[in-house]
Design a protein around this ligand. Sequence first.
Ligand code: ZN
Length: 264
Amino acid sequence: MKVELLELKENRVRFLLKGVSAAFANGIRRAALAEVPNLAIDEIALYDNTSVLFDEQLALRLGLVPITAEDPSVFSLPEECQCGGAGCPGCRLDFMVTVEGPGMVYSRDIKFTDPSVRPVVDTIPLVVLGEGEKVVIEGYATLGVARSHAKWNAGTLCGYKNLPKIEIGPECNGCGKCIAECARNILVLEAERIKVTDPLNCSLCKLCVRACETGAVKVEPVLDCFVLSIEGDGSVKARDMVWMATSEIRKRAEYLGNWLAEFA
Ligand SMILES: [Zn+2]
């Protein structure tokens, strides 16, 4: 297996995996979506809610606010915490929301006791308060994985595709019909010949193949080579998401290997 990094940003990573099966590439995608520990508001107590929203709706909105920490590795999953899941500063991150109308309650109004913990984005609207309306909420966030609830989903857009292989044969007469058809704009005309500018951006739709009257354009997927794209909501760095997802796969593979060895 070979790995080639194509793009690395805070919230997005794109890389090439060569010499693997589709099941392996999909395993990384699924682990990034479902197995990466992430913070989310887990329980709340509403002391006051005179807004137009029901308590449950407010709770749902709070649960979906992406939460981040400067160093998430200092926190434990409640089931793995030294407190045994009873609740301690190592696994429960307390917060308060106290806002009085008129005005909008934003995610920035979620104030955590731990200053290293905060919502990823400050301006997520939660509820509009009219004159004299008020919300007073107390609660805590915990680490969790999206396998047990979607609110812990750190990965938003995680996907893969086969690496496209595009060939322009000698039959090409430079008519340019394929250029007009390409939705990704990756074909250009150079010296009366079609040239591919960015083959990685090809979506394998093959509209260019259909448009070519001379049969010069050939587009095929490379079956053991995949372009993986892992994008998160900002609560966990994309680089860490890939690391944690692959570590989880390795851990499970080792567990399975050890288990099978007992029967060998
Ligand atoms: Zn604990």
